[in-house]
Design a protein around this ligand. Structure first.
Ligand SMILES: Cc1cc2nc3c(=O)[nH]c(=O)nc-3n(C[C@H](O)[C@H](O)[C@H](O)COP(=O)(O)O)c2cc1C
Length: 395
């Protein structure tokens, strides 16, 4: 069993993240978690873009996140004081640099596209800040911290996760699904990590940057599509035996839970509607060294809700940011008079950041499926179970 929760508001004192079920004996330092938090902020980028293109000033100013490990990891003499999980729940804290939740102005003009209006009505509140403080995607920093732990566990089993931006505001890098699915992971990683929009095509990167500048000038915002790829998976994670055990469903929920994500595709996804069965199903081959394998991967690594040993390929669409400099029509919740929505300065386009958050969600869901299949209270026990399964598959 692996489960996780977060707590904390956008302008609250801190974000808290709890992760239960990580086996004992996983070496982990706070620097490794901070590295993922820095990726979320684009802190590794140099040159014209300090951080990702399309991010708001507040984010660039405050998001120099650092984690504090509060529980579940111990630096003992036995581990050279480097830190190792001990099997108990892991508790992480990220302090907010501009903690000011009690000094926020009263807000009564809900923004279309946000939880503002529905949240006010649902929770019986009078100040929209009560809603947006938690509904804000600031919370995703806590998920990235948890994802860093999950990724570390997956590394022990040579499972790797990468992501990149496929489209921003109609500028798309490839129409054809198949053009990048066999791309070496390292190439995707080096291209996306050096791009201010996290894309893998330099020509399209330029156009995406122009598109973001254009939207910014108009006081408008943009959305787009990102892709997540998981490599190195064993066959057999997830299950068809119950609806909530299907790994495709768990991954889709993980991605859909990212604020602003409005659609998820697995493998060839929505393009399947135009094709014949004979064109899309991935034919089965056998090789003494490789075992069973497929010539194509239109299924995106999942059949019957189970990993089939091929790469998992996921794609998600993010709607344009809802806070607009030129606000849309709204109604004041106090006076019920027509007005314009609150202007809350924020990001213009966050597709690159959403890709990093998505990596974290995917890592957590894959780690959950690995724990389900191989169990183990210690990493050693989990590895023994995993290796036993691999040798059974080779028979
Ligand atoms: C990393 C990240 C940063 C975001 N930043 C903002 C922002 O600055 N302003 C904003 O209005 N929405 C922002 N969003 C999107 C909103 O959180 C999202 O549109 C809102 O929660 C409603 O989305 P939903 O309908 O999917 O819940 C961001 C989303 C993510 C993933």
């Amino acid at each position: 069993m692996l489960r996780y929760y977060t707590a904390g508001e956008s302008h609250g004192k801190c974000l808290i993240a709890i992760l239960e079920g990580i086996p004992a004996g996983l070496r982990l330092s706070k620097e490794e978690i901070n590295k993922e938090l820095a990726r979320r902020q684009g802190a590794h980028l140099t040159g014209a873009y300090q951080g990702y293109a399309g991010r708001g000033e507040r984010m660039k100013r405050i998001e120099k996140d650092k984690v504090e490990i509060l529980a579940g990891i111990r630096k003992s003499v036995l581990t050279d004081r480097k830190g190792e999980t001990i099997g108990s729940p892991i508790c992480l804290m990220i302090k907010n640099k501009d903690w000011s939740i009690d000094n926020q102005p009263l807000r009564t003009r809900p923004r279309p596209g946000h939880a503002d209006l529905a949240g006010i009505l649902k929770y019986g509140r009078e100040d929209i800040s009560d809603i947006l403080e938690r509904a804000s995607a600031r919370e995703t920093a806590a998920r990235v911290a948890l994802g860093a732990v999950a990724k570390k566990l997956l590394q022990e089993f040579a499972i790797k996760i990468v992501s990149f931006t496929e489209e921003i505001g109609g500028i798309r890098i490839s129409e054809e699904f198949s053009s990048f699915q066999k791309f070496p992971l390292q190439k995707i990683l080096s291209l996306s990590e050096s791009s201010p929009v996290r894309t893998i095509n330099k020509t399209k990167e330029k156009l995406m940057l122009e598109k973001i500048k254009e939207a910014e000038k108009k006081g408008d915002t943009l959305g787009g599509i990102f892709v997540v790829i998981v490599d190195g998976l064993p066959v057999g994670l997830g299950s068809y035996t119950q609806w909530d055990l299907r790994l495709d469903g768990c991954l889709a929920q993980g991605l859909m839970s990212i604020p602003g994500v409005k659609g998820v595709e697995i493998g060839a996804g929505f393009t399947l509607s135009k094709k014949l069965g004979s064109e899309v199903h991935d034919e089965i081959f056998y090789d003494v060294k490789k075992g069973f394998y497929r010539g194509t991967n239109n299924a995106g690594g999942l059949e019957g809700g189970i990993t089939n040993g091929e790469r998992i390929i996921l794609r998600a669409v993010m709607k344009p940011i809802s806070s607009l400099k030129k606000p849309l029509h709204s109604v004041d919740i106090k006076t019920k008079k027509a007005t314009f929505a609150e202007i809350i300065r924020g990001d213009i386009c966050v597709v690159p950041v959403a890709g990093i958050v998505a990596e974290a969600m995917v890592a957590l869901e894959i780690a959950k499926a690995m724990k389900e299949k191989f169990a183990g209270d210690s990493l050693q026990e989990m590895k023994r179970n995993y290796l036993g399964y691999l040798s059974y598959l080779k028979r």
